[in-house]
Design a protein around this ligand. Structure first.
Ligand code: ME8
Length: 527
């Protein structure tokens, strides 16, 4: 028997300086879809998320809240954990960098780097941005509105002078360039890959990896006046969670190197430059792929606390529904590009794609089976070319969706599924089973059976994206739980005729504007 394929996927671990917002939700959502997809596709999956709790930024936020860092991080980390539960994210683990397992892992990684001569003691004098937890060279700074110096991200910077350990990053320029060349899929999308390569080709300076002017961090082994630089600490979470420093344990051997680190474009450099350099220096394997997705704005504006337009994921889910938000975020924006969250756009997707296209296809097909076949899935008779074209398109869908998700192209996967939804709607209109009922009942049965099979395939593939609606659809088709994995999409697998279907009910209600009741009725799609 072939060994079970495995898949290890991670989100960034989020800073606990602030409440979770839709940006955080987006990254974890993308990972959740991939984790669910891989599980259904027969993989043993490890899906990790968590919180980044050390460093100056979190320490400052704790002080501002009048709490000790640990009390503060317990509270905010809890908000991220609650979000994951509320969004039905299927992470297998939730790591906190304040956990003992992580301290041990970071100190062991440090030890490996010291032993191999990659870390030395020196002193740092330069610019630091607490908001980014990043060091900047003089040449990278920009001028703010009042002429003050700012990081290229717009974050305020402060001058720092302190003793510091350094990682010999400068020695990793050539090995990193070689690694990128040999692993063309390591950084996605391609535009980001080119950015990283030109950054590295421009030369790398040694990186300060410890701080002494505050103490909220993991102590440097053997020199506890220093705490580790928060990015070295944070990145290490990905190996802590699979058992590092025990590189012989089953989890580490099964899941490392990670298949995918999903990140926002703001933190690509840390993941695609520093992280593989740390790992290679420690004689550990670098991850297989890093995908940097784009940035969400709210009704065209940058999302920020000072603008007061932070979108609370719980609120939008209460307003539009979990599946609708999941669908919208992954369909509306080509994954990798920036996106805008607007009320108009999400309502358009709900009423168009979900209620009209998919909801209506399901509702009318299932109602006809209920009304014309006594709720029993009919046997198909001989197939016409028209039937075969639709069934073949539905059959090909599995590989198309799989291929798109292999490259994290969520929007293309959903577009492919909706092409089949559209073809099925055209097929119903052309075949007119309501007329065949009188003129040719066996033919009507074939048409309804072809539709049921097509909807079954669509619903199975939609499970990772819109899990609740997909499972309601599969319930309405009486697909047993054991037949919901993607093995049931193998060629030749068909929906079982003779099954008794429950009474259909609308899967996607239309979104009705407050105060607009009466112009649109919930649950009613296009005729
Ligand atoms: O950077 N649009 O944590 P963080 C899209 N602790 N994605 C967004 C977003 C937006 N407007 N805002 C945030 C850190 N994100 C570090 C990571 S990993 C070893 C350490 C998402 O809380 C996006 O994934 O600032 C981004 O990379 C991440 O949140 C930053 O989260």
């Amino acid at each position: 028997m072939a060994p079970e394929p495995t898949y290890y996927i991670t989100t960034p671990i989020y800073y606990v300086n602030d409440a979770p917002h839709i940006g955080h939700m987006y990254t974890t959502l993308a990972c959740d879809v991939l984790a669910r997809f891989k599980r259904l596709d027969g993989y043993r999956v490890r899906f990790l998320t968590g919180t980044d709790e050390h460093g100056q930024k979190v320490q400052k936020a704790a002080i501002a809240a009048g709490l000790t860092p640990l009390d503060f991080t317990d509270r905010v980390s809890g908000n991220f954990r609650d979000l994951a539960a509320h969004m039905h994210f299927t992470n297998d683990d939730f790591i906190r960098t304040t956990e003992a397992r992580h301290r041990r892992s970071c100190q062991a990684l440090w030890q490996r780097l010291i032993e191999r001569g990659h870390i030395y003691l020196g002193s740092y004098a330069g610019w630091y941005a607490v908001r980014d937890e990043a060091f900047y060279g003089e040449g990278e700074l920009i001028a703010g509105p009042g002429g003050e110096k700012l990081a290229p991200t717009g974050a305020p910077v402060e001058w720092v002078e302190e003793p510091s350990y350094f990682f010999r990053l400068s020695a990793w320029q050539a090995p990193l360039l070689r690694f990128y060349a040999e692993n063309p899929d390591f950084i996605a999308p391609d535009s980001r890959r080119n950015e990283v390569i030109s950054f590295v080709a421009g030369g790398l300076q040694d990186l300060s990896v410890s701080r002494t002017t505050f103490d909220w961090g993991i102590p440097v082994p053997g020199d506890d006046r220093h705490v580790m630089y928060v990015w070295l600490d944070a990145l290490t979470n990905y190996i802590t969670a699979v058992g590092f420093p025990d590189v012989e344990c089953a989890d580490y051997r099964t899941f490392w190197p990670a298949d995918l680190h999903m990140v926002g474009k703001d933190i690509l450099r840390f993941h695609a430059v520093y992280w593989p350099a740390f790992l290679m220096a420690a004689d550990l394997a670098p991850p297989r792929r890093v995908f940097a997705h784009g940035w969400w704005t709210n009704e065209g504006q940058k999302i920020s606390k000072s603008l007061g337009n932070v979108i609370d994921p719980n609120e939008i889910v209460a307003r539009y529904g979990l599946d609708a938000v999941r669908y919208f975020m992954l369909r509306e924006v080509p994954f990798g590009a920036d996106g805008d969250f607007s009320h108009r756009a999400i309502v358009g997707r709900i009423n168009g794609d979900l209620a009209n296209d998919l909801g209506n296809l399901a509702q009318r097909s299932l109602s006809m089976i209920q009304q014309y076949c006594g709720g029993v899935l009919p046997d198909p008779g001989p197939l016409t070319d028209d039937d075969r074209v639709l069934l073949e398109a539905a059959g090909r869908l599995t590989d198309r969706v799989r291929g798109h998700l292999e490259r994290q192209m969520f929007h293309l996967a959903l577009t492919a599924i909706w092409e089949t939804v559209a073809s099925a709607n055209v097929y119903v209109d052309r075949q007119g089973p309501w007329a065949l009922r009188k003129s040719d009942p066996p033919r009507m049965q074939t048409v309804l059976s072809v539709l049921a099979e097509t909807i079954r395939r669509i619903a199975l593939l939609l499970q990772p994206f819109i899990p609740d609606a997909a499972s309601r659809l599969l319930d309405q088709l009486a697909v047993p739980a054991a037949e919901r994995g993607f093995a049931a999409l193998a060629p030749g697998h068909r929906i079982a005729s003779g099954a008794v279907l429950p009474k259909p009910s609308g899967v996607f209600p239309r979104f009705v504007e407050d105060g607009a009741a009466g112009t649109e009725k919930a649950g009613k799609g296009r005729g």
